[in-house]
Write a protein that binds this ligand. Structure first.
Ligand SMILES: C[S@@+](CC[C@H](N)C(=O)[O-])C[C@H]1O[C@@H](n2cnc3c(N)ncnc32)[C@H](O)[C@@H]1O
Length: 257
C-alpha cells in the first residue's frame, strides 16, 4: 500500500470539505479528487499553495483531467489561512510539505495550530512526510541533489527544508490536543520520471544560484556542481524518493472527549 492510499483509508468522504495543504505538483490533490469521483461525492477540495503560477495550474489541471471540477485552487500561506473560517474544514491533507514549514524551531507548531483552527470538531488531519536522507549512500545522485539544494539555500541565509521526525510531529499534535488515530512507515521508492523532476530542479537551482551574495567564482563552481549532479542522476537512471511516514490525527470533539 502506498502512503496516499493509507492516508485515504477509513474516512467518510461524501459531503466533505477537504483542505489540501499544499498542492505542489498536485499528486495528492489528484488522488483525493479521484477518490471523490469514485463515489460521485458532493464534496470539494480546496487546494492551497503559496505559489500557484499559471504554468503550475496548467500542469495540475492536466494531471487531474475532469476531476479538476472537485478542486478550487487558492494561492495562500498555510501559516495564515484567513480566507477559511474557523471550523469550516472536515479533512486537512498535508502531504510532503511539513519539511518546508519547519525552518525555525516551533514554526511547524504554528502551521498545525492553523490546521486545528479551520478543522471542525472531530475533523481529520493527515500528515504525509519524508524521513531525512542522511543515511543514504553519499555516492547516490539523489543524496547529492537533496544536500546540494540545502547548501545553496544556506548560502543565501535561507532554509530549503528540515525533515521533522515522526516523534516530533506526534508530540506537536498531542500538545495541540489532537488524538493520533493511525501511523505507518513506507520504504524509499524509485522514481521513474526522474528526468522531468531533474529538469525542474536544475532550472530552479540555476536561478537560485544567481541570488547567492558571494563572489562570482563560487557561484560558477556551484552551478557546475548542479550540472554534475544532474548528469550523475541521469547515469544512475532513477531518483530515489525518501522513506516516508503517514500520521493520522483527529481534532478533539467539542467537550473534550
Ligand atoms: C513537495 S510540494 C507538495 C506536494 C504535493 N502535496 C503533492 O502531493 O504533489 C511542497 C509545496 O509546499 C508549498 N509551500 C511551502 N511553504 C508553504 C506555505 N507556507 N504555505 C503554502 N504552501 C507552502 C510549496 O510551494 C510547494 O508547492
Amino acid at each position: 500500500m502506498q502512503p496516499l492510499e493509507y492516508a485515504g483509508t477509513g474516512l467518510e468522504l461524501d459531503q466533505k470539505i477537504i483542505l489540501d495543504a499544499a498542492v505542489g505538483a498536485g499528486k495528492a490533490t489528484a488522488f483525493w479528487a479521484e477518490k471523490l469521483s469514485e463515489i460521485r461525492a458532493s464534496s470539494r477540495i480546496i487546494g492551497v499553495d503559496i505559489g500557484l503560477p499559471r504554468e503550475w495550474r496548467r500542469r495540475i489541471g492536466e494531471r487531474l483531467g475532469e476531476n479538476i471540477k472537485y478542486v478550487e485552487l487558492v494561492e495562500g500561506d498555510i501559516f495564515n489561512l484567513d480566507f477559511l473560517a474557523d471550523e469550516s474544514i472536515d479533512i486537512v491533507n498535508c502531504a510532503d510539505t511539513i519539511i518546508f514549514l519547519n525552518d525555525r524551531p516551533l514554526r511547524l507548531l504554528q502551521a498545525f495550530q492553523e490546521f486545528k483552527r479551520v478543522l471542525v470538531s472531530g475533523g481529520h488531519l493527515i500528515i504525509t512526510s519524508e524521513y531525512s536522507n542522511k543515511d543514504l549512500d553519499p555516492d547516490e545522485g539523489q543524496w547529492r541533489r537533496w544536500h546540494l539544494s540545502k547548501g545553496i539555500f544556506e548560502l543565501m541565509g535561507k532554509t530549503w527544508s528540515v525533515e521533522p521526525e515522526p516523534g516530533e510531529v506526534r508530540k506537536a499534535l498531542e500538545i495541540l490536543g489532537f488524538e493520533i488515530t493511525g501511523e505507518r512507515d513506507f520504504p524509499p521508492v524509485k522514481i521513474d520520471n526522474y528526468l522531468e523532476i531533474m529538469d525542474d530542479w536544475q532550472n530552479t537551482m540555476q536561478e537560485e544560484i544567481k541570488n547567492i551574495p558571494w563572489e562570482e567564482r563560487l557561484r560558477k563552481t556551484i552551478a557546475a556542481e548542479v550540472n554534475k549532479v544532474y548528469k550523475r542522476v541521469a547515469e544512475d537512471g532513477y531518483l530515489l524518493g525518501p522513506a516516508k511516514y503517514v500520521i493520522k490525527a483527529r481534532k478533539e470533539l467539542a467537550g473534550g472527549s
